[in-house]
Design a protein around this ligand. Sequence first.
Ligand code: GLY
Ligand code: MN
Ligand code: MN
Length: 281
Amino acid sequence: MNYFKEAVENVKDNVNASSLHKYMAQLREKKDPEEIVLLQKAMDMTTDGFREMIRELSPGMSEYQAQAIVEYHAKKGGSEYMGYPSICGGGANSCVLHYTYNRKKLDAKELLLVDMGAEYHGYTADITRTLPVDGKFSQEETMIYNLVLAAQNAGIDQCRKGKGFRDAHHAAYEVIGKGLVELGIIKEINEANKYFMHGTSHYLGLDVHDAGTFTALQSGVVMTVEPGIYIAEGSPCDRKWWGIGVRIEDDILVTESAPIIMTAALPRTIHELERLMAEDF
Ligand code: GLY
Ligand code: MN
Ligand code: MN
């Protein structure tokens, strides 16, 4: 459907907030090829920044210093701004959604959750990686990380033309629910929202949470898949899990066939991340 033509014809005599909202959501949901080029550039600048930050991360660094490395390399690559306030939380801060204070010094035995996106010509990336500050995931961190990764893969597999917008969330939630039951952290799958308390996806574009209709996916939609598990201190489970907060977030293009992970240049597996952290530079 030519949304632009329909929008112009229908709105011209009846311009109000709700008529415009409907058509702007349709227009912004499906990206033109030129928009996809700009988004890919924003994502590539961000993945370059993350790669440098991952290689340089070490105990004693502060959250804002890790943030600065991503931002420096993204801007060096051409990004004018960051697309949203950077989240860079170590240890207990990894469990705080939308943590942006970013002032803590990082200890060797904690995880660092970094959620950042470079903006380029108005279009923003949105990427999250979670890393062990000393370069090696502990046993408990490994179990939680691999569960989030499995949930993310299940979510990405739902980013297909004709699927419902929320299918990615349902798939990711199911994997996390079953996994948390198996680890003895919860008793029933429907308790998973204690530890996975946000949605899995949003549209991405001119805004980090871009406008859209939340109906069946079409080719040209760009969306995030970002499951997470956050086990704050004092949670009703074995204390060995406390303080582990993991989110993995990538940006996905829905196509006529398989989903494309536009941020695939940045490693996601434990093996790849540990190898990158061990690199000399
Ligand atoms: N960075 C904001 C979000 O992931 O939705
Ligand atoms: Mn996001
Ligand atoms: Mn994000």
